[in-house]
Design a protein around this ligand. Structure first.
Ligand SMILES: [Zn+2]
Length: 596
């Protein structure tokens, strides 16, 4: 492995890094967590602190710190290296020289966005926003610390303030345009760009690591109110709205420790909540939660509490968000505020009341039942039909069958309609199951050939024992069994070089697939996944296990060979080749004896 990468690994603990993204729990000598890469209810992701590696028994993914970062951020090795180098203070110069393409587009875009944040901040604190905007924000109840923490800023009036500033820093209009901060001029008026934000309060949108990836900007007080109240930067190579939650970089620790996230509607609500000490608060950038956002939240917490305005748009957003939560099987409830209060106001004036309301959040299905039975009359036949249709439409989304059934029963009781009738209605309108991929995964596992299973078992025992690894690598016949399958090659080719040590082998591999496969083999042998998380297996009899596996392997290969021989015997018979047929029968009999 690249020595820079090794330097980085020496300075970072994998448990801390993974802990920044998901909730982890100590389990014996290891750590376990719900895997963020596949759907599951009990934890099968394991982190081995001693070896500084992780592995998921559910989906088979695993690796070192770089592997985890690449997987969760969807980035390549170079980007992961860059992020962790920055984090650990390891110099990347040596690396940069060899890899000039390292300074890529995305990096430049992030650089420009960070400069823009600083530019707008400066305008707010020392520039044109100093009086008007700062006063306004303070009047709205924000203190200076919160304004600084969330890095609010001001985009002054004018067509090219930011553009000129960034060009002065040596960036081309093309590069700047990639941030989404510019708008292309109408072609009739000549080519070129102008600033997207003019006379607006800027709210940088950060990714989970706290890097600015986009902006939301509010019209300034006394500004041109005919324009949209909020304008956002569009999707770019670094800004994917469906995956961003406003404030998550500030809230993630608290969300983890409380095991719940509060979702409010606007950026201002988020900032006000944090200022009041309610720090597990975030906002969605669109109207409703997206499946990607729920996946991200599930890494940190198992509960979501929603607080949307209860106008008709808010109702719809709540319902759509809830449906996604049901599909993703995450607990969701609704916070209702005392009559006539808005979130930001309540949180500023009476944070205790807000916390109280959040603790009394209504489980979302109960909330929907209340809503529809309030709106319609459950005793009238016409209304019954509407209530059934509306609620079944929501219930259908449950990924969990027990929960689905529970709510159907409850609805049947409340409407005084038989459960079967409701189930029939549901079936008629049922769409396909949302969780097919997991099924496929299971099928794949079952169909694996026994020979393959045995080879993997032996390889796993080798990777867990220096003695066995060395012994089998030097045994020509035993080695031969693995020669058909390239995936095992590194074990035999690199064993000596890496001192027959698993973590050295993994570090020496550049190919991710090879690496993933061998880790799976190693971990499947070392640990069993139990209800209480991964448990270490007793490998004291691994020599006997290997011997047994090789014997079974010989039998399995023999069986395959018998099949081939039978086929050949039939062919020889068809061709009238008596001599050949007899030879084949001899071999068949001999082999049958051998593998008895
Ligand atoms: Zn997994």
């Amino acid at each position: 492995m690249n020595s820079v990468a090794q330097d980085i690994k020496d300075r970072i603990n994998i448990v801390d890094l993974i802990g920044e993204y998901i909730r982890t729990q100590k389990a014996g000598a290891n750590w376990k967590a719900l895997c963020p890469f596949h759907h599951e209810k009990s934890p099968s992701l394991m982190i081995n602190e001693e070896k500084q590696i992780w592995h998921c028994f559910g989906c088979g993914k695993g690796g070192d710190v770089f592997g985890f970062l690449m997987e969760i951020e969807g980035i390549d090795f170079k980007e992961a290296l860059k992020i962790l180098a920055e984090k650990t203070g390891v110099e990347l110069l040596r690396f940069n020289k060899n890899q000039p393409e390292f300074v890529d587009d995305k990096k430049k875009t992030l650089e420009i966005l960070e400069l823009a944040v600083k530019f707008y901040e400066k305008q707010l604190w020392d520039g044109m926003g100093k009086d008007k905007i700062l006063d306004y924000l303070r009047e709205r109840g924000l203190n200076d610390q919160a304004i600084r923490d969330f890095r609010l800023g001001y985009a002054p009036n004018g067509w090219d303030n930011l553009l000129k500033f960034l060009m002065g820093r040596g960036y081309s209009t093309n590069d700047i345009a990639k941030t989404g901060l510019l708008v292309a001029k109408n072609e009739a008026r000549g080519n070129g760009f102008y600033d997207r934000f003019r006379d607006r309060i800027t709210f940088p949108v950060m990714d989970v690591m706290g890097k600015a990836v986009g902006f939301s900007a509010r019209v300034a007080p006394g500004g041109d109110e005919s324009q949209a109240k909020y304008v956002n930067t569009p999707e770019t190579s670094v800004y994917h709205k469906s995956k961003i939650l406003y404030g998550l970089n500030m809230a993630k620790q608290e969300i983890k420790s409380q095991n719940s996230a509060i979702i409010v509607e606007g950026n201002m609500d988020v900032i006000a909540s944090h200022q009041a000490g309610i720090k597990n608060t975030i906002a969605v950038s669109g109207t409703a939660l997206t499946p990607e956002q729920v996946d991200i939240l599930k890494r940190y917490a198992s509960k979501i509490k929603m607080l949307f305005d209860m106008d008709s748009a808010g109702e719809k957003a709540t319902q759509r968000s809830a449906e996604i939560c049901f599909q993703k099987d995450i607990n969701v409830s609704v916070i209702t505020l005392p009559e006539g209060k808005d979130a930001a106001e309540l949180v500023q004036k009476d944070p205790k009341k807000f916390i109280e309301a959040s603790e009394k959040a209504t489980p979302i299905m109960e909330y929907f039942f209340q809503q529809f039975f309030r709106k319609y009359d459950g005793n009238k036949i016409e209304d019954k039909k509407i209530i059934a249709a509306e609620l079944l439409n929501i219930i259908r989304n449950f990924g969990n069958a027990i929960e689905k059934n529970y709510w159907i029963r409850k609805l049947s009781q409340k409407l005084d309609v038989s459960e079967n009738v409701l189930v029939d209605i549901l079936k008629k309108t049922e769409t396909r199951d949302v969780r097919q991929p997991e099924e496929n995964l299971k099928k794949e596992k079952v169909s694996k050939k026994r020979i393959e299973v045995l080879l993997e078992k032996i390889a796993g025992l080798m990777l867990n024992s220096k003695i066995l690894w060395e012994k089998i690598s030097n045994n020509t016949q035993e080695k031969y069994y693995f020669s058909e399958n390239k995936k095992f090659l590194p074990i035999f080719e690199k064993g000596r070089e890496v001192g027959y040590k698993f973590e050295n082998l993994i570090s020496s591999l550049e190919n991710k697939e090879e690496c993933d496969f061998l880790q799976k083999v190693y971990f499947d042998t070392k640990y069993s996944n139990t209800e209480n998380g991964p448990m270490e297996n007793d490998l004291s009899d691994s020599e006997e296990q290997v011997e047994y596996c090789f014997n079974e392997l010989k039998k399995e290969i023999g069986k395959d060979r018998l099949g081939v021989l039978l086929n050949d015997i039939r062919k020889a018979e068809e061709n009238g080749d008596k001599e050949g047929k007899n030879l084949l029968i001899d071999e068949f009999n001999k082999l049958s004896q051998e593998i008895k």
